[in-house]
Ligand binder design. Structure first.
Ligand code: DSN
Length: 472
């Protein structure tokens, strides 16, 4: 590749866009500038490679391709077949899964595909068999009515939102909470850790059809072997949503009991978080659920996005390279350095530290709500997001936590020394912010915010983002 290839590609693309709608070209350029200048600590974000980004901007976007590889509802899908098959092959090899479905557009979509695959396998198929018909269209009105009621009356046990679970694991305002009779397992109030005995007890009492593990704000590893044993003991299908930590599984930081793929019946993920691919989702499973998973589109998904599947193939190929394992390990080393730096300075962390890519600060220790802390940090050039902590007195909107994660800064090249410096900046801002007259209001000296902002920019100075891309 010529040394200027990436600059030329992005510059040319912007020139073409600018000729039609200059404000879009300007916004794209401004987004890169903003990303370059901010200390991005959002645990669910990353920086995809230029190859991944470029794979999304092309003619694949024009193609309809409902169905799966070789079995489409539209003609002319031979090139889409090529990229979808490649993405699925890379995913299978990377994660050691027997089947990969790479069409979901997001994590929510991937979870919906998984839920409906399980419902089809565990509820619909037996009903069809009992009625001695091959498909739902052949059921009598009475049998169809009964099946619809049964599909809508199944149980799911997942991690509660304030313990770090995800809203798609049965939170009532989400479709998953409306689809399932849901119960949650939380964490031990004293340690903040999952108490497997209590999960087992909840499973015995509730007898869920689906046991879900996975999180978006739990800073520890989960023992998937134990969770599978719990699922088996009550006849539940075990599903893991590894969206947040897929990169750590891919990079073999999470192995053995902590790798969900050998233990779960079905695994869902996004592709853009620690995995560092394009925005999108994916489902992995064994042969038992493969056919049902492949019905995801048009069952719950709109037409697949072939340009994004092309980018998934590129990013998954990158994740199969040996340097990705090094990247994944550095994500965790950095998170632990950040956690240590914050703890040493007096911050209160949920569970007292981290085993993964994220740290959850309980900002009530600074006398702040999550909302106040998030905004004060943003004023100071530090981009984070507020998050509930276990048994949060401030609810899901104001919250009492700040979630920070290291995948993005690690991609940029920052290491443990810079994480300690980042901890110092965060602690400086939070310890010098005071609560205002409402849960959203706060007082922070603007001169201090400016000073920290400048320090954050200086910290990033040695780690340019997309160094190969010069937009001129
Ligand atoms: N929005 C993602 C996150 O930030 O964790 C999950 O949906």
């Amino acid at each position: 590749m010529s040394p200027n290839a990436e600059s030329t590609a992005f510059r040319s693309a912007l020139e073409v866009i600018r000729a039609v709608e200059p404000r879009v070209a300007d916004a794209i350029g401004a987004e890169l500038a903003d990303q370059r200048e901010s200390l991005k600590l959002i645990a669910s974000e990353n920086y995809a490679s230029p190859a991944t980004l470029l794979a999304m901007g092309n003619w694949f976007s024009d193609k309809y391709a409902e169905g799966t590889v070789g079995r489409r509802f539209y003609a002319g899908c031979q090139n889409v077949d090529t990229v979808e098959a490649l993405a699925a092959e890379h995913a299978r090899e990377l994660f050691g899964a027997s089947h990969a479905y790479v069409q979901p557009h997001s994590g929510i979509d991937a979870n919906l595909v998984a839920f409906w695959a399980i419902l089809a396998d565990r509820v619909e198929s037996p009903a069809l068999k009992k009625a001695q018909v091959r498909q739902v269209n052949d059921l009598t009105e009475a049998d169809w009515f009964a099946l619809r009621r049964e599909l809508g009356n199944q149980r799911m046990l997942g991690m509660s939102l304030d313990a770090g679970g995800h809203l798609t694991h049965g939170f009532r305002p989400n479709i998953s909470g409306k689809m399932f009779d849901q119960r949650s397992y939380g964490t031990d109030p004293a340690t903040g850790l999952i108490d497997y005995d209590r999960v087992a007890e909840a499973a015995r009492e509730f007898k869920p059809l689906i046991l879900v593990a996975g999180y978006s704000a739990y800073p520890r590893k989960v023992n998937f072997r134990i969770m599978r044993e719990i699922a088996d003991s009550v006849g539940a299908t075990f599903m893991v949503d590894m969206a947040h930590f897929a990169g750590l599984v891919a990079g073999k930081v999470f192995t053995g009991d902590f790798d969900p793929v050998p233990h779960a019946h079905i695994v869902t993920t996004t592709t853009h978080k620690s995995l560092r691919g394009p925005r999108g989702g994916m489902v992995l499973c064994g042969p038992e659920l493969a056919d049902q998973v492949d019905r995801g589109c048009p069952m719950v998904l709109g037409g697949p996005l072939p340009h994004v599947m092309a980018a998934k193939a590129v990013a998954l190929a990158e994740a199969r390279r040996p340097d990705f394992a090094d990247y994944a390990q550095r994500i965790v080393d950095n998170a632990q350095a950040l956690a240590d730096g914050l703890t040493r300075r007096g911050a209160k962390l949920v569970t007292g530290g981290t085993d993964n890519h994220l740290v959850l600060i309980d900002v009530s220790g600074y006398g702040l709500t999550g909302r106040q802390a998030e905004q004060a940090l943003l004023d100071s050039g530090i981009v984070t997001n507020r998050n509930a902590v276990p048994q949060d007195p401030n609810g899901a909107w104001y919250t009492s936590g700040i979630r920070i994660g290291t995948p993005a800064l690690t991609t940029r090249g920052l290491g443990t020394a810079e994480m300690d410096a980042t901890a110092e900046l965060i602690h400086t801002v939070l310890s010098q912010t005071t609560s205002g007259e409402s849960k959203a209001k706060y007082v922070l000296d603007p001169a201090l915010a400016d000073k920290v902002s400048k320090q954050a920019t200086d910290l990033l100075g040695n780690f340019p983002l997309y160094p190969s891309v010069d937009l001129g």
